[in-house]
Write a protein that binds this ligand. Structure first.
Ligand code: GDP
Length: 295
């Protein structure tokens, strides 16, 4: 498992207690530890390097004579910088439409269908909304069934047209159905592939163009590390999405993908998935993720 970075920082800086300022020399080893911890957490090398440079600039010259715990000061600098890097504040989703249309994107297996259900459940139980789930996967009948099972679990209606092979038409019909029946949020689950391919990108880009969603979310498995970043970039190039959903954070990952994705596509992470159950959803708080990465 990972070493605890907070403890390492604390130990490394303990020796500074009462010794004046943090300097170039006494900070070097510690920054190496910070960089290693970020790499262990799957943060991309260049981002980890830039990060430690910024931390160094902030730390050098800090007067630790007056500070009781120089290590704690260093931990705070690193934590604040990590939080900032991941977007600072928690980002909400746009629910201003009537209905608000939310388009889900991502690879097959990323947790898109599960998250669509979780989001519907969250909006229904926590935000007093009336959501409609829409099955727009025209390739896998099993995916449509899966969404119906999810909808059944949380008591949310699922719209599907199993015989229709045009996802744009299905999505448009679903929105009409929502308007006619008082649904104020429409969550559209789209087809996913095992890897990014042109046909898939064109298909989802067409749906995106036709329905102009209020919110386009990109779902990614936190366990996929560096690959997550390339996938995020490919989807963002085509969809210019509004936010990222990081799933499977209950697994054995420090979640460094959160940092790298935010740095590369500059879009906020909005929610995280923390399990297979319908209530395993959390708003993404950058400071909590910083704590997780620091260990
Ligand atoms: P899709 O192909 O993108 O729609 O992915 P699914 O929603 O079918 O999810 C793929 C698998 O990941 C399923 O077995 C889900 O139960 C599981 N899964 C989804 N989200 C999470 C999560 O946050 N944590 C864990 N542990 N498993 C998840």
């Amino acid at each position: 498992m990972f070493d605890n970075l907070s403890e390492k920082l604390d130990k490394a800086f303990h020796i500074l207690k009462g010794h004046g300022k943090i300097t170039d020399v006494n900070v070097a080893d510690t920054l190496k530890e910070v960089r290693r911890a970020l790499l262990d957490a799957d943060v991309n090398f260049k981002i980890a390097k830039d990060f430690t440079t910024r931390v160094k600039e902030k730390a050098i010259g800090e007067n630790v004579l007056t500070t009781l715990q120089p290590g704690q000061l260093m931990v705070k600098i690193v934590k604040d910088e990590l939080t900032e890097l991941m977007g600072g504040e928690a980002a909400g989703i746009n629910l201003s439409g009537n209905p608000s249309v939310i388009l889900m994107s991502g690879l097959q297996g990323s947790g898109k269908t599960t998250f669509s259900g979780k989001l519907a459940n969250y909006l229904k139980t926590k935000k007093n909304k009336k959501p409609l789930l829409v099955a727009c996967d025209i390739y896998r009948p099993a995916a449509i069934n899966q969404l119906h099972v999810v909808g059944g679990q949380i008591g949310v209606e699922v719209y599907s047209e199993p015989e229709n092979k045009n996802p744009v038409v299905i999505a448009e019909n679903a929105i009409k159905h929502a308007k006619a029946n008082g649904f104020n949020v429409v969550i559209i689950d789209t087809a996913g592939r095992l890897a990014v391919d042109e046909e898939m990108m064109t298909e989802i880009a067409n749906v995106h163009k036709a329905i102009k969603p209020h919110e386009t979310l990109f779902v990614v498995d936190a366990m996929t590390g560096q690959d997550a970043v390339n996938t995020a970039k490919a989807f963002n190039d085509r969809l210019n999405f509004d936010g990222v959903i990081l799933t499977k954070l209950d697994g054995d990952t420090r979640g460094g993908a959160a940092i790298t994705i935010k740095s590369v596509v500059n879009k906020p992470i909005k929610f995280v998935g923390t399990g297979e159950k319908m209530d395993a959803i959390d708003v993404f708080y950058p400071n909590r993720m910083a704590d997780r990465i620091l260990g």
